[in-house]
Design a protein around this ligand. Structure first.
Ligand SMILES: [Cu+2]
Length: 296
């Protein structure tokens, strides 16, 4: 018994160490951009990725670490054309139930002064419960587990500028204890687009989700989960996404949409001027910024 217990403890410890992960590199147009590889922050070699202190999950989305895993700034940036693909790589990952989300944040100026603060984050890609039930269905996070990578397309209509990109994995294998893993990198997005998301797509991180939210604190081993076939990925609805899947979302995100693919030319939520407010999804109940509506 003692031996079994010791082995179990050792196994659990190993799982704890090996079970986590973080984005460790990026690829754009065939060029690999090394990221940070962990546990010993170093300024050399410089990277495009904000250096994070450890692989450990953030357990409360109100923790500031949830934004970029505690990272601050980076010395480099990568250039990518709007409409192009970026792939993030995880050196290790083991969790299957949960989601992948990808966010952007437009810096108002230089990266050195870009903190990611305020309601400026918007989601461009996500994959949650793709089919089946929460108990034993197919999860977007399973793709990261099996391939150790995730590819997204920068919305082609997006206005150029300096942006942060944030890859967020939310692992829900632990009962009522979601684990958030997010890392950020610096992108110079080029192109001739002139669009940016309207306010209902913009969130502050932290602030975008609460631990008490029904879609955040979940028990995938409950009896109810065995018959639950949808789950809303935490955070705002996807803006300007290309070929992302809302299959398995209870409400197609929070937009009420049930489409599985949004065309690149979709005008939903697109704003080319600060006064545009006519394209809000019908189910959005938040008030406009003009009337003091609080950011999510
Ligand atoms: Cu883990």
């Amino acid at each position: 018994m003692f031996q079994f217990t010791s082995l179990l403890a050792a196994a659990l410890l190993a799982t704890r160490v090996a079970g986590h992960g973080a984005v460790t590199s990026y690829s754009i147009g065939g060029t690999t951009y090394p990221g940070y590889t962990g546990f010993s922050p170093a300024s050399s070699p410089p990277t495009i990725e904000w250096q994070w202190p450890d692989y450990n999950p953030t357990l409360d989305p109100s923790d500031s670490k949830v934004m970029c895993n505690g990272g601050t700034s980076a010395r480099l940036s990568a250039t990518i054309a709007a409409g192009s693909k970026i792939t993030a790589f995880w050196a290790q990952w083991t969790h299957v139930p949960g989601s992948v989300s990808v966010y952007l944040y437009k810096c108002s100026g230089a990266f050195s002064s870009c903190t990611g603060g305020g309601a400026g984050w918007f989601k461009i890609d996500e994959a949650g419960l793709l089919s089946g039930t929460m108990y034993d269905g197919v999860w977007g996070l399973g793709t990261v587990d099996s391939t150790k990578q995730w590819t997204s397309t920068i919305p082609p209509q997006l206005a150029p500028g300096n942006y942060l990109i944030r890859h967020e994995l939310i692992a829900v294998h632990q009962t009522n204890t979601p684990q958030f893993y997010a890392e950020c990198a610096q992108l110079v997005i080029t192109g001739s687009g002139s669009s940016s998301p309207t306010s209902e797509y913009l969130v502050a991180i932290p602030g975008y989700a609460k631990l008490s939210d029904a879609n955040v604190k979940v028990d995938i081993y409950s009896e109810a989960a065995k018959t639950t076939t949808c789950w809303d990925v935490p955070g705002p609805p996807v803006w300007g996404g290309v070929s992302y899947s809302t299959t398995g979302n209870c409400n197609g995100g929070s937009t009420g949409s049930s489409t599985t693919t949004k065309p690149a030319s979709s005008s939903a939520g697109v704003s080319t001027s600060k006064t545009s407010s006519s394209t809000k999804p019908a189910s959005t109940s938040t008030s406009s910024t003009a009337t003091g509506g609080a950011a999510l």
